[in-house]
Design a protein around this ligand. Structure first.
Ligand SMILES: [Ca+2]
Ligand SMILES: [Ca+2]
Length: 184
C-alpha cells in the first residue's frame, strides 16, 4: 500500500514534467515548461523570460545528471522510478546527501513560485504555479501545505512538503499534495 502511494507520486510528477505527454522527460518538455510558467506567472519582459528559461533548463541539467541512467538525454519512467527509489534508499540508509538534495529542491521550488521575492508564497502565487503544471486543486493543496493556517507558505513548509512528497508512505501526509491531488 505504502509502496503504491510512493509509485503514484513518482508517476504523477513524471506525467506533469512530461509536458508533451510522449512518455519521456526531455529537454523539449523543459522548454515548454518555461513557456507555460512565463504565461501563468505573467513574466513579460524579454530579460525576465530569458532568466526564467535559463533557470528551468538548469533544472533539466540537474534531472539529467541524477536520473538519466543510460545517458541518452531522455528520462524514461523506469529511470525516473529508479531515481526515486535511490533517494528513498539513501535516506533509509542514513545518507545525508539525499536530504540535502531535497532541501535544495524545496528552496528552488519556493524561489520559482515566489515571483515577487518576498520569501513566502501566497495562495495566488501557488495557484499560478500549479496552473503552469496543468495541475488542479490548488486551494485544497495550499490548505494542506500551510501548516498552522498562516495564510502563506514558508521555506519550512516547502522543506517538509518536498520531503513528504518524495518519501512519505502515509496517505495523510500533507506534502503528498504538493503538485495537486494524485490521480486515482
Ligand atoms: Ca516528453
Ligand atoms: Ca535515459
Amino acid at each position: 500500500m505504502g509502496g503504491d502511494l510512493h509509485e503514484r507520486k513518482a508517476r504523477h510528477y513524471f506525467s506533469l514534467i512530461d509536458e508533451d505527454g510522449n512518455g519521456l522527460i526531455e529537454v523539449s518538455d523543459f522548454a515548454l515548461r518555461a513557456q507555460r510558467l512565463a504565461e501563468a506567472q505573467n513574466v513579460d519582459g524579454e530579460r525576465e523570460r530569458e532568466a526564467l528559461r535559463r533557470q528551468v533548463l538548469a533544472w533539466w541539467e540537474h534531472v539529467c545528471t541524477v536520473a538519466d541512467l543510460d545517458g541518452n538525454a531522455r528520462v524514461s519512467l523506469s529511470e525516473w522510478e529508479a531515481y526515486w527509489h535511490s533517494i528513498r534508499r539513501g535516506v533509509e540508509c542514513g545518507h545525508r546527501e539525499p536530504l540535502r538534495t531535497l532541501r535544495r529542491a524545496a528552496i528552488g521550488t519556493l524561489q520559482a513560485i515566489d515571483r515577487n521575492g518576498s520569501g513566502w508564497v501566497m495562495p495566488s502565487e501557488y495557484a499560478d504555479w500549479l496552473a503552469a503544471w496543468r495541475a488542479s486543486g490548488s486551494e485544497v493543496a495550499f490548505q494542506r501545505l500551510d501548516r498552522g493556517g498562516k495564510g502563506f507558505l514558508t521555506q519550512a513548509d516547502f522543506v517538509v512538503a518536498v520531503q513528504e512528497f518524495y518519501l512519505a508512505d502515509d496517505p495523510a501526509a500533507p506534502g503528498n499534495a504538493l503538485y495537486g491531488p494524485l490521480p486515482e
